[in-house]
Design a protein. Sequence first.
Length: 242
Amino acid sequence: MSEQRSIPQHVAIIMDGNGRWAKQHGKERYEGHIAGVESVRRVLRAAATTGVRYLTLYAFSTENWGRPVAEVEAIMELFCKSVVGEAPELVKQGIRVQIIGERDRFSERVLEMIDKIESTTLKGDRLTLVLAFNYSARREIMLAMRSIAQRVACGELNVEDINEQVLSEHLMTRDIPDPDLIIRTSGECRLSNFLLWQASYAEFYFPETLWPDFDEQEFSKALEAYAKRERRYGLVIEDSKA
Ligand code: FPP
C-alpha cells in the first residue's frame, strides 16, 4: 500500500468521555470540556502535520440541548472563546473551519462567531476542520429529502434522476469527502447520530482513552491501525487492488 493511501484523507472524531474524565479528577463536567479543547488543539496539529486533509469533530449533537442548561452554556462559551482565541493561529496554519449543523437554535453571539470563524479562515487550504455543532445525521438526511422533494414538486428535478450522488449533494457535507476513519474515544462503540450516510465505508477505531487524555500519540496509533486495514468496498481482494 502506498504511503499516500495509508493516510486517511478525512478523519472524523466523536470526542467522548469529557464528563467521566472530570469525575475521575474530582472536577465539574464543564472542566472536562475545557480539557477537551486542549485535545482538539493537539489533534488538529497532529492531523495537519500528518497530511490529513479533513478533520471532523462532533462538538455538539442536537440531542445535547437536553443536558443541564449550565453545561450547554459552558460548551457554547467555550466555542465562542475558542473562535476568538484561535482564529489567528488557524489562519497562520492554513486551516479552514466549516460548521455543519442547524443554526436555528443558536444565540446571536454564537451565530456571529460561526460567521467570523468561517469567513476569516475561508482561504485555508492545508486542512479543513469541520465542526459538527447542533448536528443530527437523521435530521440532515430528512432535510436533504425535503429539499429534493421541493425541487421535484416545482419541476426542477425528475424523480428518475434522484440517485445517491443527488442525495449527497443535498447534505450539509456536500463539499466534503466521506470520512475514511471514524474514531470514538472512551470505549463506547456507537455512532450516536453522526454522519450516518457518509460513514458507509469508513473504518472504525474505538480507543478506551477518554477524550481529554487523547493526544498526538493516540492519534498516531489510530492512523497506524487504519494503515493496516484493508478497504474492500464490497469487492474481492484482487478487484480492490486493481
Ligand atoms: C462528550 O463527552 C463531549 C461533548 C458532548 C462536548 C464536546 C465539546 C468539547 C470538546 C468542547 C467544545 C468544542 C470546541 C471545538 C470548542 P461527554 O460529556 O458525553 O462525556 P461523558 O460521556 O463521559 O459524560
